[in-house]
Ligand binder design. Structure first.
Ligand code: FAD
Ligand code: 2HG
Ligand code: ZN
Length: 446
């Protein structure tokens, strides 16, 4: 199984002398008690028995040790360093929890440029290391644009201070980009500076039903045209996701049952103007029968409830048994074909084949469940899913990274010359291979 761990590399074992050294370096913070270490050794999906670690919400087995690697946790690095309320630039330590940063900024009339279902646990350092996408990417772009600077500790202990707070800096290579999305394999991020947008004065959320994916796509086109600059999210889930939300989390579907559901968010500066625009759009999609039913929220509690229907799908899936997860980028018009083809391909081997994700970014989350781990099911899914993705020139990891589980599938999305260059960069920055071994890079670089 190419997603499994390779044999242990010949690293030395941690000795009592090493522990004594760590205890002098970090008094009271060197944890070796197996009970206390349990939550750090097992990731969110609980599939990998035991690296740099943030909130440990990663979904590809990147955040937990494979053998006996030392976990370097950023959980005590949670200070905001500076916030400039003219430029909107926030500088903070890597261990700040995303939701805490959001709350800090909201009090100052700003917001974080990213938001994701794991916000209550994930750290900004983890977000940057995975180049997390999430629910606001459509509006504010990726962290590759909003992160302005990083402080990184390199494998040899040198501190790379690239903590710039400038919008523009073309002084040669943009080194911080190497660490964004490198999943802890090139350096440990210790601080981040990030450009934050103003808090929108008016937020509306619409939850809509469509009877086909084609109609959903046409609704997306219409939405872009009519809501333009105030559109801040366009997300979807299918009817199977809705059944799981109802069954396991007891959430209520606020509209008539439909094959597809859309969450549209608008964020703007003028409530009257935004509501007028949204209502015109809704009138258009309802009268043209692109949308079969819908509800709108302007009030915070209802907005939160509607967002839960999208954000909590991952959580609902965990109650189904074992979940095989695929995070695929494709031309947007193809994303649901993969779900349908997979259903046909697997027949009744799978308990559930569900599709949801970030339509606006062409990013599908294809999740396949079975009562427990099932090697025959896995063999039917892979490499089928990767071949399908590669045929349409998609990415086998749109936003979650490669970690331990996906690294050997990299060649489906990257040419071997590019993978070889990744290997050379890794060898230059981490010649002994001590940073998050067994992760991101494939076993065979050719
Ligand atoms: P961890 O899981 O601790 O680590 C992730 C990787 O980064 C590991 O390889 C780790 O070694 C490395 N790392 C962590 N901190 C550092 C550091 N300081 N320096 C160097 N390397 C480091 N992801 C999305 O992209 N979009 C989503 O919408 C989304 N929604 C999610 C919803 C749920 C319910 C869950 C459970 C996960 C979701 N994720 C999503 C995945 C996950 O939350 C993100 O990948 C997140 O960015 C990980 O942050 P973390 O702090 O938990 O990192
Ligand atoms: C989301 O968008 C996350 O909800 C998680 O990226 C996706 O669990 C998944 O497959
Ligand atoms: Zn996602």
């Amino acid at each position: 199984n190419p997603g499994a761990a390779p044999p242990r590399l010949p690293f030395s074992r941690v000795t009592q002398e090493d522990l004594a050294f760590f205890r002098t370096l970090l008094p009271g913070r060197t944890i070796t008690d197996p009970d206390l270490l349990k939550s750090s050794n097992v990731d969110w999906l609980k599939t990998v028995e035991v690296c740099p670690q943030g909130g440990n919400t990663g979904l590809v087995g990147g955040s937990v040790p494979v053998f006996d690697e030392i976990i370097l946790s950023t959980s005590l690095m949670k200070q905001v360093i500076t916030f400039d309320n003219i430029s909107g630039i926030l500088t903070c330590q890597a261990g700040c929890v995303l939701e805490n940063l959001s709350n800090y900024l909201e009090e100052r009339d700003f917001i974080m440029p990213l938001d994701l279902g794991a916000k209550g646990s994930c750290h900004i350092g983890g977000n940057v290391s995975t180049n997390a996408g999430g629910l606001r990417l459509l509006r504010y772009g990726s962290l590759r644009g909003t992160v302005l600077g990083l402080e990184v500790v390199l494998a040899d202990g040198r501190i790379l201070n690239c903590l710039a707070t400038l919008r523009k800096d073309n002084t040669g290579y943009d080194l911080k980009q190497l660490f964004i999305g490198s999943e802890g394999t090139l350096g440990v991020i210790t601080a981040v500076s990030i450009l934050c947008p103003r808090k929108p004065k008016a937020v509306n959320v619409a939850f809509l039903g469509c009877s086909s994916f084609q109609q959903l796509l046409e609704t997306f086109q219409c939405c872009r045209g009519m809501l333009g600059e105030i559109l801040s999210a366009f997300e979807f889930l299918d009817a199977s996701c809705m059944s799981l939300l109802e069954k396991h989390l007891k959430l209520t579907n606020p509209i008539t049952e439909s094959p597809f559901y859309i969450v549209i968010e608008t964020a703007g500066s003028n409530a009257t103007h935004d509501e007028e625009k949204l209502h015109k759009f809704l009138e258009e999609v309802m009268t043209s029968s692109l949308v079969t039913d819908g509800t709108v929220a302007t009030e915070a509690t209802k907005i939160k409830a509607l967002w839960s229907l999208r954000e909590r799908v991952t959580e609902a899936l965990t109650h189904e048994g074992y979940t095989y997860k695929y995070d695929i980028s494709l031309p947007v018009e193809k994303i649901y074909d993969l779900v349908q083809d997979m259903r046909g391909h697997l027949g009744d081997m799978a308990k559930n084949v569900v599709g949801y994700g970030h339509v606006g970014d062409g990013n599908l989350h294809l999740n396949i469940t079975s009562p427990s781990k099932d090697p025959a099911l896995l063999a039917a899914i892979e490499p089928y899913v990767y071949e399908w993705t590669s045929k349409w020139k998609g990415s086998i990891s749109a936003e979650h990274g490669l970690g331990l589980k996906k690294r050997n599938y990299i060649y489906y999305s990257k040419p071997s010359e590019a993978v070889a260059l990744m290997g050379s960069i890794k060898a230059m920055l981490d010649p002994k291979g001590i940073l998050n071994p067994y992760k991101t890079l494939p076993d065979n670089i050719h």
